[in-house]
Design a protein around this ligand. Structure first.
Ligand code: ADP
Length: 465
């Protein structure tokens, strides 16, 4: 069932229930007060009747009958009647010409314990829809027991109650129709923005994420939903653009080693097939294969990080030992480039992380530092702690990274100067991977200018508690 129909249905049900409760309460209240008014009236009449009886000193039944007829006649009311019964309830005199009430009379009311109390009964007359309300009181006249009764036809009361009932039913029917119409109108009006939203959303496809939902700007729930959906679309657009860019860059990077491999194969084919030549081609090809394998590894790592895969295992890792291992690994390269590589470790530090990934992070940084620092330069790796975090600093005396490039330096495939790293085999993914690894460990990575020129990269990792 559509929301519009559901809202209308609920609104109608609520209106119907509310009006039914009001009408039933009104009806019960009216019925109670009408019956109460009849009882008060009958009670007054019976007192009057009793005082008339008590005025006559030796009441004679015929005389009483005459008397009560006269009394009733003077009132010209045919819904009121008086009856005089003996102590056993047998009818002695009545003001009604067609008295069809039970004879002898047995009161059905059991409320009052004393027989001389006033009692009320509602009596149905067989064969007639009319009900009679009777007020009875036992009395003693010249030591004999009598029951005096005033009766009242509830015809008028019934008619008033029937009118009230009909009015209530009409009011409820009217309220229901009004509620269906107004509910439908209101539901349509409030859901109109959703209709417009879904029309726009239908137009948003994979190729075009630039469309945005039109906002009503009236600060209601649907407007804030539209604002949130717009923010989500903007995020998706940015992410989509990033993925597109990443795929295009990856394809572009793949072309260079593939072209080199093809070039090598062509040279081997058309050139002199001497063993030296073939060996050289194979050695160069293996270098390109290695580059391709590294690119594939890097892309896989970034893709796994993007898809939310758990990148790291968390194990206690002595960071000082890992730093020392990485420095030892790169020492021969530093020696070859005649770079002074030094390692300063303040104190042993343990972090909770993935040894392989943290070594990869430090290796990337050291690799960059040695790659871009000219011969005779200096590279230092230092380890200390600050504010509950282990801090690894890799500083070099190379050309440094110009300030305008720093905000983009962690982007994938970003190079300060494409000639600078492509020539030395970099894909512009090293720092992006460093950031992914430090993020996965709950750490940070920042690039600052070196103290005496060059570059300083500071990585922080949470110390194992
Ligand atoms: P690559 O693998 O190409 O070196 P990175 O992401 O590691 O890619 O580095 C991105 C760019 O940042 C490099 O192309 C290089 O221009 C610059 N860069 C990184 N480290 C240094 C450094 N220590 N000194 C100077 N430039 C650097």
């Amino acid at each position: 069932m559509k929301i519009k129909s559901r809202l209308t249905l609920w609104g109608t049900l609520v209106t119907l229930t509310t009006s039914a409760i009001i009408c039933i309460t009104l009806y019960i209240g009216l019925r109670f007060s009408l019956y109460n008014a009849v009882d008060v009236f009958l009670e007054g009449e019976i007192q009057e009747f009793l005082s008339i009886l008590n005025e006559g000193h030796n009441p004679n039944v015929d005389m009483i009958e005459k008397e009560i007829r006269k009394e009733i006649g003077s009132r010209s009311r045919n819904d009121l009647a008086f009856r005089l019964l003996d102590g056993d309830g047998k009818l002695l005199a009545t003001s009604s010409l067609h008295d069809r009430l039970p004879n002898p009379w047995v009161s059905t009311h059991k409320k009052n314990s004393s027989p001389y109390d006033i009692g009320f009964d509602t009596i149905s007359i067989p064969g007639s829809p009319v009900k009679i309300r009777a007020c009875s009181q036992r009395t003693k006249i010249t030591d004999r027991d009598y029951i005096v009764q005033a009766t009242y036809s509830l015809d008028g009361v019934g008619a008033s109650l029937a009118l009230c009932r009909n009015l209530c039913i009409a009011a409820m029917a009217f309220a229901t129709v009004l509620s269906i119409l107004s509910g439908g109108f209101l539901a349509r009006k409030s859901l109109r923005p959703i209709y417009f939203m879904s029309r726009t959303i239908r137009k948003i496809g994979g190729e075009d994420l630039s469309k945005r939902l039109v906002r009503s700007n009236n600060d209601d729930e649907l407007d804030s939903l539209a604002a949130m959906l717009n923010e989500m679309l903007a995020r998706l657009e940015r992410q989509f653009y990033r993925i597109q860019q990443f795929t295009a860059d990856a394809a572009h990077e793949l072309r260079t080693p593939l072209a080199a491999l093809r070039g090598n194969a062509e040279v081997a084919l058309v050139g002199e097939p001497s063993p030296e030549n073939l060996r050289r081609v194979l050695v160069e090809s293996i270098e390109e294969y290695d580059r391709l394998a590294k690119l594939a590894d890097d892309l896989l790592l970034l893709a796994r990080a993007d898809s939310g895969h758990e990148l790291i295992r968390r194990e206690p890792l002595p960071l000082h030992r890992a730093a020392r291992d990485v420095v030892d690994l790169y020492a021969p390269l530093a020696q070859e480039k005649r770079i002074d590589l030094q390692c300063f470790i303040d104190a042993p530090l343990e972090v909770l992380g993935d040894g392989g990934r943290i070594r990869q992070l430090m290796g990337n940084l050291l690799d960059n530092a040695l790659k871009y620092t000219p011969e005779g330069g200096r590279v230092t790796v230092s380890l200390d702690s600050n504010d509950g975090m282990a801090q690894v600093t890799v500083a070099d005396t190379g050309p440094g990274i110009p300030a305008e490039h720093v905000p983009h330096i962690f982007d994938r495939f970003y190079r300060v100067d494409s000639a600078r790293s492509r020539g030395t085999g970099g894909f512009g993914l090293g720092l992006a991977i460093c950031r992914t690894i430090s993020d996965a460990h709950g750490g940070t990575i920042n690039i600052l200018p070196g103290d005496g020129g060059g570059t300083k990269v500071i990585v922080t990792l949470p110390i194992a508690s």
